[in-house]
Design a binder for this molecule. Sequence first.
Ligand SMILES: [Zn+2]
Length: 64
Amino acid sequence: MSATDKLLPCPFCGGAPRIQHLFMADEPTHSRVICTNCHVKTDYYVYEFGERNIIKVWNRRAED
Ligand SMILES: [Zn+2]
């Protein structure tokens, strides 16, 4: 597993982020990453965008 497959700590508070899914009729439709400490978050992306890509979006932000 490369470093890009893992969520980096929150760039604002250093807290642990997690992936959050939005469900409609028990099917995941959208996903985003949210910090469990300060609740900073990415936009919602369609579920098909994939966790790997959402992790990339978050990590790019963490490196800013
Ligand atoms: Zn945070």
